[in-house]
Design a protein. Sequence first.
Length: 449
Amino acid sequence: MSDGRPLGVDTCPATWSRAQASDIERAVDNVMPVIDPPETDRMDHVHVWDTWLLRDRHGAVATIDGWRVLFSLTAPAEQMPGKRHDVAEIRYFYSADGQTWHDGGVVFDGDAYGQRQWAGSALYDDGDLYVFYTAAGDDDAAELTYTQRIAVGHGGTVTASADGVDIEGPWHQRILLEPDGDWYETEAQSRGMIYTFRDPWFFEDTETGTTYLLFEANTPVPPESDACGGDPAQQEFNGCVGVAVSPDGDPLEWEMRPPLLASVCVNQELERPHVVYRDGRYYLFVSSHMHTFAPGLEGYDALYGFVAESLRGDYRPLNGSGLVVTNPTSAPFQAYSWMAFPHEDEVLVQSFFNYRDFAGDSLDEIADLSVAEQRRRFGGTLGPTVRLGVAGDSTRVRGTLSHWHIPTPGEGLPAISSDRPIPEAAVADGGDSCGSPAPFGYGYATDDS
């Protein structure tokens, strides 16, 4: 079925412009509180980062006989945090109350594509399980490589009992998509920063019946292009949100379409794209880094968002600039890799606890710290869940829940108290990488409220 707009080669993506991105600024409504380490980390045997919930075709969080299931990129806790991506594998966790999670183990036992697996999504469809992922690296290469393909493991079984959830193979692995060089940049075409073709996210539009797979990619920009006024430095920043369509809804069959959103001259990486459908609008969210903004622009490690009246667009940035949730100035790298999902009349946002007690200009400076300090400052677990108010083209941070808290269906959340001004030190640029962060005392609800 069509969503009312053509899906052919002439469809133009919406654009995140430099003028819009130049308005990115920390403010009361978009800064989350400083994160403290959890009192107890039940998953301290592994580093945990990019995480996604098991969902149904329409994006609702799936429940299997009372259990919630989430999937995460993980690495052994003995691994240096900065090297975890080189050995990443997908692990699953399950919970009955949305707060106490149990480690189910590694999903694929060495039979997945790629030298390692990066982020994706998971679909539970009438008893069938599909785990979409990024196959990172050439399978047969002797050295570590950065080729990226979109893949899926299917055919595994999910068994739930009073004791927990078991996910087992055998799995059937399939490569679904590779960049075409026309809509989506190949590794050979890339220049400057590493190219992207990853982070598949499944979504079936309830309004149209169309089945989509969103992914992160880059728009090819030929060297002779006049994009960005012909500035070759800005042209290297060419991130986009890609999309493929399944003609008959089959999760294994996809046809690529033009991007939903392009950010040429603005940003290189629009990571982990996903959609929340709410009040007749499509809210498209991505994560991005401070260092992936083009020269002349200043952004943050943050969740960015866009809204449209159809999944194909045209998308316009939320809050004018696109900035939705970011870290405070005193802890600019404390959380990353946000994933939004609906709960009752709110939107909740889950992320992982990244580097604390660090307010440098770049994460590259982490490598200058001692091994002990790198390990101490890396969270490597899920962060507090952010409560996000969404109304039309605007959003605001309303408060937080605890680490690893994914509320169950119908679970009531703490009442929101009246707002008080956010401390100026948490919003202003600058900050002391060694000093204690200013406390947040602006009345947002937490699990302890």
